[in-house]
Design a binder for this molecule. Structure first.
Ligand code: 7PJ
Length: 271
């Protein structure tokens, strides 16, 4: 597969307060139906999340998070054999999700939310996404600063990958993610996107997620509503693909798959 054919991860939110769906897929059946619709649209992976990590969101306890995500993962697993990831910072939730059929732990805390997280990731033997976040969700957008954002994020992720490997996670299971919007200004997000190749040079495949994020509104002030950020989301997905991202995490699967196909066709025609 060429660097221009990343896999597409479709987002399945089961949070009552997730910012871009407004809880529309809150019910289990609705969430499962939404996930299956994303598969029809071309999603290679479904990312099921039960805790909102947007700035200012209140934390959810593990039992409540398990009650949200496990029925959805079971429902999807019963009807689809593809990759399912669970978007959680908590090892208990990851363990329950993998038991229910998830094959990937997408951790926006990069296995540092609890001291057991690296060992649990090793024990589960699933794919693991290590995402960079500066600080914690509640306060991460309070004046984030870096001297050299690309060097700092890449170095930090390399260290997190080393810690995961030291705990027994197989290196070929590890994905790195710059964490667009997690403790970053617009300039930081754009610099990380432009330099995605430098992150890939750390030696692990890269996951990139900017779908409907606020950086797009900063570039287009009319896009206050996340649903009005499709154009920017597609532009960022294509830029990430061009720089070698292996997975792109998005809400709008159909449009993203189409954009990537057209981009790949043009690239092929120019060979
Ligand atoms: C990301 C995520 C991301 C990974 C969220 C949102 C906020 N997981 N979970 N990367 N973002 N790996 O979807 O806007 O960028 S939640």
């Amino acid at each position: 597969m060429s660097a221009f054919a990343p896999r597409v991860m479709g987002i399945v939110n089961v949070t009552p307060d997730s910012f871009s769906d407004g809880g529309r897929h809150a019910g289990v059946e609705a969430a499962v139906a939404h996930g299956l619709a994303l598969v029809e649209q071309g999603a290679d992976i479904l990312d099921v999340g039960g805790e909102s990590t947007r700035p200012g969101a209140e934390p959810v306890d593990a039992a409540a998070e398990i009650a949200r995500v496990v029925p959805v993962i079971e429902g999807l697993r019963g009807r689809w054999s593809g990759s399912i990831s669970v978007d959680t910072m908590k090892p208990e939730v990851a363990r329950a999700a993998v038991a229910a059929g998830a094959t990937m732990w997408n951790d926006v805390a990069a296995l540092r939310f609890s001291s057991e997280a690296p060992a649990v990731a090793a024990e589960l033997g699933c794919d693991v996404v290590l995402m960079h976040m500066k600080g914690e969700p509640r306060t991460m957008q309070d004046d984030p600063r870096y001297d050299d954002v690309v060097a700092e994020v890449s170095g930090w992720l390399a260290a997190r990958a080393q810690a995961a490997v030291a705990a027994g996670v197989a290196p070929e299971r590890i994905w790195l993610d710059p964490g667009i919007g997690f403790g970053k200004t617009v300039a930081h997000n754009l610099a990380l996107t432009a330099a995605l190749g430098r992150l890939a040079a750390v030696g692990f495949p890269v996951l990139y997620g900017a779908s409907r994020k606020r950086t797009i509104q900063s570039l287009d002030p009319t896009a206050a509503d996340p649903l009005d950020r499709l154009g920017g989301s597609l532009a960022l997905a294509l830029e990430a693909a061009r720089r070698g991202a292996g997975i792109i995490r998005v809400h709008d699967v159909r449009e993203t798959v189409q954009a990537l196909k057209v981009q790949a066709a043009v690239t092929e025609a120019g060979r």
